[in-house]
Write a protein that binds this ligand. Structure first.
Ligand SMILES: CC(C)(COP(=O)(O)OP(=O)(O)OC[C@H]1O[C@@H](n2cnc3c(N)ncnc32)[C@H](O)[C@@H]1OP(=O)(O)O)[C@@H](O)C(=O)NCCC(=O)NCCS
Length: 147
């Protein structure tokens, strides 16, 4: 049974970033370090962990992009655990947190391969696709959060 928590200890942060690297960077041959960006210090970090084994199953982070606009970023679910609702759990958790923080809009720089996923969660394309790290194209998607 997955539970959502924020990494706190050094070991938890190591496991959190390791999953991000494994799913979002390693398959494209990007070097270690590219899994982090300038927004790490101002982000809230969340991970879905197996309650029994403490295995990290999925990760996501949230930061304020501009006043009132939240940014979901680095959403990734371990390959062996995809299609089990973990991504949906993480997106729902971040949306609740964004609402609590008073954000009016929540968005993500979605990979073009994941736009249908975000559309399923109510997001629409609100930008122009652009290359990211030289290998994948990303596009800004967003949705308004209810009051
Ligand atoms: C995209 C991702 C986060 C989804 O998480 P998940 O836990 O596998 O997805 P969920 O179990 O919550 O949802 C599964 C549903 O979403 C759909 N889905 C999953 N990935 C999808 C994608 N890339 N595009 C469109 N639909 C997708 C599934 O078909 C499934 O639909 P169904 O319920 O009708 O069968 C995960 O597959 C992943 O980490 N992918 C690789 C990294 C990535 O693309 N991250 C997003 C970066 S912006």
């Amino acid at each position: 049974m997955p539970v959502i928590k924020s990494p706190i200890t050094r070991e938890e942060f190591k496991a959190y970033y390791a999953l991000r690297y494994k799913v979002l960077r390693e398959p494209w041959g990007h070097p270690k370090g590219t899994e982090k960006d300038d927004y790490e210090p101002i982000s809230e970090h969340f991970m879905a962990v197996d309650e029994q084994t403490s295995e990290v199953l999925g990760v996501v982070k949230l930061f304020e992009k501009t006043p009132g606009v939240g940014n979901i970023s680095h959403l990734a679910v371990a390959t062996a655990h995809q299609h089990k609702g973990i991504g949906t759990l993480l997106v729902g958790y971040v949306e609740k947190r964004a609402h609590e923080r008073g954000f009016k809009t929540l968005g993500a720089m979605s990979r073009v391969t994941a736009t249908a996923y975000f559309e399923k969660h109510g997001y629409h394309i609100a930008g122009i696709p652009a290359p990211n790290l030289g290998t994948i194209h990303v596009v800004w998607m967003e949705k308004e959060l209810g009051t």
